[in-house]
Design a protein around this ligand. Structure first.
Ligand code: ATP
Ligand code: MG
Length: 416
């Protein structure tokens, strides 16, 4: 074996995955890391990368097989970028070392320098500036971080096309993390979505409409670690094939990339509508909201969900005045999470674009709310609402039962 081949045989490829430091204190930490690791594995597999994910102190490491090509690495990077709990990630070269002491020292230095040079050559740019940042996980190493930074930076200047070092605002930073038995060399820190791993924070049932807001609300809760299922009320009789051709399905699929799968229930709103026909009434929208929340609460109980979620944003439309939100909330005992409550429409649109639901949400769709009321009341009085419900829906239990019995359930896979 020539020396070069020997070096390459010792090195390996990996992807470094860093989690955020926040929320990582105390007893939950091992659970958090275990969940993140499982989620990463699941997402990677969906992207066709059946790679091992290991936990090393302070981070996770995805072992990239020798034969993986750039396309596979790119797919893996994209998948990891959709896993909540990831603060940043980046492809790395793993270079083993023997402690940089004794007879080993020279070989250790050569190997690490060669790996840094190879990384630097990949991104060579004589007009750009660079910096080398070293972190020493193992404080027993016989050098300081700055020594290593100087040494590797000097080698890069001498051996490659790089010409300019800038320690304050480098265009490119090469990161070297020297750990107990190996060093990680990487040239990129790609931002992750942060948040907490899905599965750490219980289950919520999201009332998913065909609009822009509720998908964004579901995404935000998944970002805080919730498992998310969806319930949609449709004006048509639900049928699996039609649902699979609808924008609701597309929205659910698009979200399931982030939520690692989900279940979608589509329930008809016909039974409610029929009951409502008995008389021309005010407050239809509030009655509708109370109806969907009650039905959702019943389903959530069956699923082991601990809360409901909606895309409400305070005062965005007439149905979302504080008074109407309060009148709706009274219908359910379960907590109703409204993560968008203080968002401006523009902020919601920006979020929806970023997560990929906006383009789907703006497609035309027959939303049942649009059918109900053109001039919703902005104030609702609890006693009046209760009296109306008693008159219109003498058997509310039955209304909910019929509605949920006619619901269709579809499993939404977690795709790449
Ligand atoms: P969105 O953009 O989410 O549709 P919106 O601003 O259009 O919200 P509304 O139509 O008043 O607001 O609905 C408020 C919330 O009620 C929605 O975010 C959603 O959570 C729930 N909701 C409305 N219509 C439905 C429906 N047909 N099925 C399930 N949930 C619904
Ligand atoms: Mg809507």
């Amino acid at each position: 074996m020539r020396p070069m081949e020997k070096r390459e045989a010792l090195e390996s490829k990996a992807i470094v995955v860093h989690y955020g430091e926040l929320g990582l204190k105390g007893a939950n930490r091992p659970d958090f890391i275990r969940q993140l690791r499982n989620n990463l594995r699941q997402k990677l597999q969906a992207a066709g990368c059946f790679w091992a994910v290991r936990s090393i102190p302070g981070m996770l490491l995805v072992d990239v097989p020798e034969e993986a090509d750039e396309a596979a690495l790119a797919r893996a990077g994209e998948a990891i970028g959709q896993v909540f709990g990831v603060a940043w990630h980046g492809p790395a070269t793993v270079v083993p070392h023997g402690g940089f002491v004794g007879e080993q020292a020279a070989a250790d230095w050569d190997r690490l320098t060669a790996a840094a040079l190879a990384m630097a050559r990949k991104r060579e740019d004589p007009n750009a500036s660079f910096a080398v940042r070293v972190r020493r996980g193992d404080k027993r190493l016989p050098f300081r971080s700055v020594d290593l930074e100087r040494r590797l930076g000097g080698a890069i200047l001498q051996e490659t096309q790089w010409r300019r070092v800038d320690l304050t605002r480098p265009d490119v930073t090469f990161y070297v993390d020297v750990r107990e038995r190996e060093s990680l060399v990487l040239a990129q820190r790609l931002p992750g979505p942060r948040g907490l791993p899905v599965g750490c924070a219980g289950r919520v049932l999201t009332l998913l409409s065909g609009g822009i807001d509720s998908p964004a609300a579901a995404w935000l809760l998944a970002k805080r670690g919730c498992r998310v299922d969806f319930l949609h009320f449709s004006a048509d009789e639900p049928n699996a094939e039609a649902i699979r051709n609808s924008k609701i399905w597309e929205l659910a699929r698009s979200l399931a990339r982030w939520t690692l799968g989900a279940r979608l229930w589509v329930a008809p709103y016909t039974f409610f509508d029929l009951a409502l026909m008995r008389g021309r009434v005010d407050h239809e929208l509030v009655l509708f909201r109370r109806f969907i929340l009650r039905a959702a609460e019943r389903l959530a109980g069956e699923l082991g969900a601990e809360a409901l979620a909606t895309g409400d944003s305070l005062s965005q439309v007439a149905s979302q005045t504080l008074s109407n939100l309060a009148a709706a909330s009274e219908a359910a005992r379960m907590p109703i999470l409204r993560p968008l409550i203080a968002y401006d429409k523009e902020e919601i649109v920006r979020l929806a674009r970023r997560i990929g639901t906006y383009e789907i949400a703006i497609r035309p769709y027959k939303d049942c709310c649009a059918l109900i009321s053109r001039h919703p009341k902005t104030r609702s009085r609890a006693d009046k609402i209760a009296a109306l419900e008693a008159r219109l829906f003498p058997d509310y239990e039955r209304l909910i039962e019929q509605t949920l019995q006619a619901a269709v359930r579809l499993d939404v896979p977690s795709e790449a």
